[in-house]
Design a protein around this ligand. Sequence first.
Ligand code: IDP
Ligand code: MG
Length: 187
Amino acid sequence: MVPRGAVTARGSTAPLRAAPRLLPSSELCPLSPALGGVNERTFVAIKPDGVQRRLVGEIIRRFERKGLQLVGMKLLQASEELLKEHYISLQDRPFYSRLVKYMSSGPIVAMVWQGLDVVKTVRTMIGETNPAESRPGTIRGDFCVEVGKNVIHGSDSVESAQQEISLWFRPEELPCWEDTAARWIYE
Ligand code: IDP
Ligand code: MG
């Protein structure tokens, strides 16, 4: 895990401004040591089955209500090339080509979420890879049945999150905005 206050993708250690404002994409995101420098980011994708089953709003609602900050989002039809790269670590698994086909079978909602320990938090909220092993209350525990149609992706480490964010998003697609609720969420 990246320590609180450390710099992650496109972050800096400049203090937060007093008033909320949108920053030009060329500026680095400000971090606030006073607020714990909560700058960890993770990549989340609502898979084609999640989009088709109208789960986009429900999933975003869960992350928002948790207190996480949405810093990037787009609906896109991912190319096989992109998906092969995204799942490169699974290329020797027997389900790899079926996985790429599934992921390219319709649009995906790609997102970046930010917060304290966000990689671990989002994985906990998603549940296990196999929905049958996922507890009720998790996204996979509540909304799906089979591993091959498990609705959502979340990065499994800070390092893979950084790689996945740079694979799926251009810097200008991650606008920097001050989270004015942060003081009510973090000590
Ligand atoms: P994760 O999504 O929980 O991180 P990974 O092991 O990284 O799980 O696998 C990536 C995706 O590959 C899974 O979310 C699932 O869609 C698919 N997958 C994993 N294992 C199987 C399998 O045994 N059969 C079919 N698909 C699988
Ligand atoms: Mg994974």
